[in-house]
Design a binder for this molecule. Structure first.
Ligand code: DGL
Length: 267
């Protein structure tokens, strides 16, 4: 099937998921939508996040997508169920693939989860982890300042190291051996977080795991694009094309010239 995969996020962070899809499914066409006018979702209510996510799904469906990846952890935590119930095409989120990988990795059965305030409050990572193995203990921590630090390009900076220490020191009191990077931006802090937590804590990147489950899903449902060309990518945002492009240039392995603005409120 040549139809594109729709990928959406509250803004630029979901490009970490898009990047993994490009690497693992290089033949797939993709439409990315970043809700840059209404970001952040991580501090918004469930009702608002569901409303925004439904509008974005309607937009992506109007572009003829064959499947949708909710790249945003916050939207996956709060809106995925509703989106799956209301639509016929496959829709996957980033939480369950991340939880499965962490449950496979842990030996101590103590898993750390870091994410936005809304994702942590939803308890959805705990839900998925304990559904897989009720003996798992989850230690969660919201790290709201990580998003602006990444967007400012401060992935390797003393300020960031200080904030990491401030947020994560309490996780060191528990014997966690895996830590889920439960927000789109956090994989970009992987080196700094890894340095602080130490080698014995494995960092789980839900973006990578989600691309793997998307691949499995497309294969199982016979939905892969079998055309020999490399996939084509189109980008849409709700505001701020230039900022989007400059962030994308830092994250993606390819050029992001084709970016258009969408009036998402009209969907
Ligand atoms: N994309 C969001 C997430 O993964 C982070 C940014 C936001 O708060 O909107 O949870």
């Amino acid at each position: 099937m040549e139809e594109p995969i729709g990928v959406f996020d509250s803004g630029v962070g979901g490009l970490t998921v898009a990047r993994e899809i490009m690497r693992q499914l290089p033949g797939e066409n993709m439409i990315y939508f970043g809700d840059t006018a209404r970001v952040p979702y991580g501090s918004k209510s469930e009702e608002t996040i569901i409303k925004y996510s439904k509008q974005i799904v309607r937009f992506l469906l109007s572009k003829g997508v064959k499947a949708i990846v909710v790249a945003c952890n916050t939207a996956s935590a709060l809106a995925l169920d509703v989106l799956q119930q209301e639509n016929d095409i496959p829709i996957i989120g980033v939480l369950e693939p991340g939880a499965i990988a962490a449950a496979e990795t842990t030996v101590t059965k103590n898993i750390g989860v870091i994410a936005t305030v809304a994702t942590i409050k939803s308890g959805m990572y705990n839900y998925y982890l304990r559904k897989i193995d009720p003996q798992i203990t989850v230690v969660s921590k919201a790290c709201p300042l990580f998003v602006p630090l990444v967007e400012e390009g401060l992935t390797e900076d003393r300020v960031t190291d200080d904030i990491i220490q401030r947020y994560l020191h309490e996780l060191k009191d528990y014997e966690i051996d895996s830590l889920i990077l439960g927000c789109t931006h956090y994989p970009l802090l992987r080196n700094a977080i890894g340095r602080y937590m130490g080698e014995e804590v494995k960092l789980v990147n839900p973006a990578y795991e989600t691309a793997k489950s998307l691949k499995r899903l497309l294969q199982d449902k016979n939905m892969m694009n079998t055309q020999p060309e490399k996939g084509k990518y189109t980008y849409f945002v709700s505001d701020g094309v230039e900022d989007f492009i400059s962030f994308a240039d830092r994250v993606l392995p390819c050029d992001v010239k084709m970016t258009s603005i969408v009036n998402i409120e009209s969907y």
